[in-house]
Design a protein around this ligand. Structure first.
Ligand SMILES: [Zn+2]
Length: 159
């Protein structure tokens, strides 16, 4: 069992799969193994159009998804990112949006200081993930507030 790495970034990607086409988890994994020469899929999570979250690399292991930023990051990829004409587009299905938020909420619990960014934010030459991923940081905050049915600050200031 290897030690957990320090995680400062959660990087969102798209698979650059046009609408109407599919690239399931196994196909994505094989693409990375066969064509890019990786030992395993480069991402830690892959979210298919049906919203299902597939586990790729173990979190302890350094991914292969964002040049120069792999060591301290996690990589999440959603299936899609291109419209029917092959142009960059936010093609996330409602199930994918929900799955992504759910996954990010869990990860933020485990890595509270990790910042969510898009691949594009780290490499402006890429359109990936074809939506403003950094907005997810505030989306999660709004969700937390909406969910505040149980007290979160049990350890309030001493009297
Ligand atoms: Zn990417």
């Amino acid at each position: 069992m290897s030690r957990m790495r320090t995680i400062t970034l959660i990087v969102i990607h798209c698979s650059a799969t046009p609408e109407g086409r599919s690239l399931d988890f196994e196909a994505c994994r094989m693409e990375h193994v066969r064509h890019r020469g990786f030992r395993d899929i480069g991402y830690h999570f892959y979210i298919t159009r049906d919203g299902e979250i597939h586990h790729g690399r173990a979190l302890e292991r350094i991914g292969a998804h964002c040049k120069g930023h792999n060591r301290h990051s996690l990589g999440i990829c959603y299936e899609g990112g291109l419209d029917v004409k092959g142009q960059p587009a936010d093609t996330r299905t409602p199930q994918q949006r929900q799955g992504m938020l759910c996954l990010l909420r869990q990860l933020k619990r485990q890595f509270p200081h990790a910042l969510i960014v898009g691949h594009h934010d780290l490499d402006p030459m890429k359109a990936c993930p074809c939506f403003e991923a950094a907005k997810l940081n505030s989306e999660l905050l709004t969700e937390d507030n909406a969910e505040e049915s149980h007290p979160q600050n049990l350890e309030v200031e001493p009297p």
